[in-house]
Design a protein around this ligand. Structure first.
Ligand SMILES: NC(=O)c1ccc[n+]([C@@H]2O[C@H](COP(=O)([O-])OP(=O)(O)OC[C@H]3O[C@@H](n4cnc5c(N)ncnc54)[C@H](O)[C@@H]3O)[C@@H](O)[C@H]2O)c1
Length: 316
C-alpha cells in the first residue's frame, strides 16, 4: 500500500496527477489552501475512497498534524505559479514557494517520506543564449518567481544530502490544457482561448515573435508520476518541455481559428517585465531517465482545450 501526498492538489496540473495516481490504485492525500485551486478539478477524485483532500496552507508549520499515516512519496506542486504576481508581491511568492517548500520538506521528515518530487520551472534558466535548454545550464532568475523556485530547488537538494530523502526536480516549460485557471495571472493558452470565446481582443505582449514550447497537462502529469516511481529519476533534475517551438503570434492565430466565428482582433500591448524571449527544453534526459516523450500533438491539444473551455464556461 503506497501513501502519496500531492500538494496543490486542486490546482491545474496536480489535479491531473491525482487522477492518474488514483487510476494506478495509490492512496492519495491532497493538500491545498484553495487559493487558486478548485474543488471541481477533483470532482472525480472526491468520489474515490482512496482520496482525501486536506484544506491547509503549506505555510502552516504544523502540516504533519493533518496527516495521520506515514507517507511514501510527496509530489510538491503547491505554489504561486505566476511571474506577474511575483513582480507585484515578491514577499508573498517567497513565503509560499520557498518557505512553503521548507515546510513540505519538514513534513517529509516527520512522516518518514522516502521520496519527494518537486515541480520547478523553466523560469530558473532566464533567457538562455542557446536552445534547446539543457538541465546543466546555469541559473539566471529574471523574476522573483524564478528566484523562489531556485531557492526551493536548493532546499530540496539540501534535504536529500542532510536527511537522506530521495528527490527529483522537474522543470516544467509551458503547460496547457483543461482546468488551467483563467485570470490575468494565468497561462497564455487559457487567456487567449477565453478572450477568443468572448470575442474580446487577444492581447499579445510585445511583438509576438517570442517563442515557447507547450506541453499538454496530461503528458506533464504522466512524467511527474513516473518521476516518483522510477529509481532512475532519483537525484536528477529533468526538463519537461514540449517538442516544438511556436511563436506567441502564431499561437494567438491558432486559438482564434479554434473558436468558430470568432470576431476577436489580435492586438499588441507593452512587453511583460521579466518575460523571456524564447523557451524550449532539451528532452533527452526525460527520455533517458523516465522513458518519457510528450504524446499529445500541439494542434490537437489546443483544439481540445478550446472545446473544454467552451463547455466549462461556468467552472473555468
Ligand atoms: N502551469 C505551468 O505552465 C507551469 C510551468 C512551470 C512550473 N509550474 C509549476 O507547477 C506547479 C503547479 O502549477 P499549476 O499551473 O497547476 O498552478 P495552479 O495555481 O493551478 O496550482 C497551484 C495550487 O497550489 C495551491 N496553493 C497556492 N498557495 C498555496 C498554499 N500557500 N498552501 C497550499 N496550497 C496552495 C493553489 O490553490 C493551487 O491549487 C507549481 O509549482 C508551478 O510553479 C507550472
Amino acid at each position: 500500500m503506497t501513501n502519496i501526498v500531492v500538494t496543490g492538489a486542486s490546482g491545474f496540473i496536480a489535479s491531473h496527477l491525482v487522477d492518474q495516481l488514483l487510476l494506478k490504485g495509490y492512496n492519495v492525500i491532497g493538500i491545498d489552501s484553495m487559493r487558486t485551486g478548485k474543488k471541481e478539478n477533483l470532482s472525480d477524485s472526491m468520489n474515490n475512497d482512496k482520496f482525501q483532500l486536506v484544506i491547509a496552507d503549506i505555510r502552516d508549520d504544523d502540516l504533519a498534524s493533518h496527516i495521520d499515516s506515514d507517507v511514501d512519496v510527496i509530489y510538491h506542486l503547491a505554489a504561486i505559479s505566476s511571474v506577474t504576481l511575483s513582480i507585484e508581491d515578491p514577499r508573498l511568492v517567497n513565503d509560499v514557494n520557498t518557505r512553503g517548500t521548507v515546510n513540505i520538506l519538514e513534513l517529509a521528515r516527520e512522516s518518514n517520506t522516502k521520496r519527494v518530487v518537486f515541480s520547478s520551472s523553466a523560469a530558473v534558466y532566464g533567457d538562455p543564449e542557446e536552445m534547446p535548454v539543457h538541465e546543466d545550464f546555469g541559473f539566471n532568475p529574471m523574476s522573483p518567481y524564478a528566484a523562489s523556485k531556485i531557492a526551493a530547488e536548493m532546499y530540496i537538494r539540501s534535504y536529500s544530502s542532510a536527511f537522506d530523502i530521495d528527490s527529483t526536480i522537474l522543470r516544467y516549460f509551458n503547460v496547457y490544457g483543461p482546468r488551467q485557471a483563467f485570470s490575468e495571472y494565468s497561462g497564455v493558452v487559457s487567456i487567449f482561448t477565453n478572450h477568443a470565446l468572448a470575442n474580446e481582443p487577444i492581447k499579445i505582449e510585445g511583438d509576438g515573435e517570442q517563442t515557447r514550447s507547450f506541453v499538454h497537462v496530461s503528458d506533464v502529469a504522466r512524467a511527474t508520476l513516473l518521476a516518483g516511481e522510477l529509481n532512475t529519476a532519483i537525484g536528477a533534475t529533468i526538463n519537461i518541455s514540449g517538442p516544438d517551438l511556436i511563436s506567441i503570434l502564431r499561437l494567438a492565430q491558432l486559438m482564434k481559428e479554434n473558436v468558430q466565428g470568432c470576431k476577436s482582433e489580435i492586438v499588441h500591448v507593452a512587453p511583460r517585465l521579466g518575460d523571456v524571449k524564447d523557451s524550449i527544453g532539451s528532452m533527452e534526459r526525460a527520455q533517458k531517465l523516465l522513458g518519457f516523450t510528450p504524446s499529445i500533438p500541439l494542434e490537437r491539444g489546443l483544439q481540445e482545450t478550446s472545446e473544454w473551455y467552451r463547455t466549462h464556461q461556468d467552472t473555468k
